[in-house]
Write a protein that binds this ligand. Sequence first.
Ligand code: F0G
Length: 486
Amino acid sequence: MNEVKFFFNQTGGERIPLEMHKAKMVQRLHLLPVDERQAAIENAGFNTFLLKNRDVFLDMLTDSGVNAMSDEQYAALLRADDSYAGSETFYRLEAELSKMFGKKYFLPAHQGRACEHILAKTLVKPGQAVIMNFHFTTTKAHITLLGGKVIELLTDEGLKVESDIAFKGDMDIEKLKSTVQALGKENIAFIRVEAGTNLIGGQPVSVKNMREVSQICKANGITSVFDASLLSDNLYFIKTREQGYENTEISDITREIASLFDIVYFSARKLGCVRGGGILTSNDELHIAMRELVTLYEGFLTYGGMSVKEMEALAVGLREALDFNVIEQTPIFVEALTNELRKFGVPTVLPAGGLGCHIDAKRFLEHIPQSEYPAGALAAAIYLVGGIRGMERGTLSEQRNDDGSEHFAEMELVRLALPKRVFTLSHIKFVADRVAWLYRNRHLIGGLEFVDEPSILRFFFGRLRAKNDWHIRLTEAFKRDFGESL
Ligand code: F0G
């Protein structure tokens, strides 16, 4: 039985997520005093990507490559067959992937964006469109670098920050039909569905919707691509929310999904809890075209830029990703953090999704215009008050338009990612408490402006400053309320 592991404590009636694992190894954490945090965020140009991890207490930047591996995965590291070509590890991983997704070929790559590079190079010609439910930053960058353009066809409901729709990641099928007709298949490089739609708050896609997208692709002879990086969370939501799948095995749902797409790719930094990536297909022509690029850009076909040890651990991690006790962990903790924040009135994406808790910076900071990057300012302020490192997922994470004007994001979010099996319930409570304090003092937070703005993926390296030094007043208010407490 796949029963979600929440329990209600008898005294408080609180819904508490239950870990189905225990810690066997731990890492020491440090919480710097607030003055040192203020200096650290200034030195980082108010960009949480540029903070040093030694200055961070709870690293909720991402789940990418920082999920906790299982004891079985660590054991697998030692078993790896280290060789340049033909390693046994490759064949073991290939067999696991073929069982899981039912595809003929597996091409390894060093991470998810490397797969996107290869896919874009193979499929995108200048002027062509790539249609998708929603973009991911690196996906879009690879497509646009090659002269392609991205068209997002999420349903209108998916773009509402708060909603009670179960599958906000679904594509609008009517819009898809009319767009395909209007563009013509020769002008569409491929259609991409992203599981656990990252930038709208880790929101799932239903199998029903994927089936409809797949039918349109087949009827029009358009290549279909599935980004399975966030598949684990998506499988949890299919299992718990989609009618007709309550009693279907996770492994059967996975194979059904994979059968709907010509190509499946994934970041193993997310799916499988290691570091790497992979592309799967049963199409001979696509396989040959992509194979050449893997050897050119990634490495020989039996390692593709990955460490062989990671590949061995991936084979185990993928098996574990089909276990309900494993895949439920992120969503139930995201739900717990979301519920805790909402108790204090903090606006968040609803329903709670996978990956992390997403705070709505537009509503949190109604006084800051999008041109002053409210989500960036909120991420910096959250670090300041708790040493908590989240990630801006708003206008800063967008590229400017061709004419240099800002492209304002649909949503201004701060993501507090919950890497799998890393944080405890007391960490969750600490985060909620500090963010709640910040919410009460939100009028003290101001906007940001660029000091140094890179032209591509500016959110990684861009440096900003706090307008009118608002961060200094925020630190003073913090000290008034918290005294000598960290
Ligand atoms: N696709 C999705 C849906 C992703 O979330 C990511 C990465 C990628 C592709 C690229 O994979 O990092 O291995 O190159 N997401 C990370 C994040 C970076 O923090 O959400 P990668």
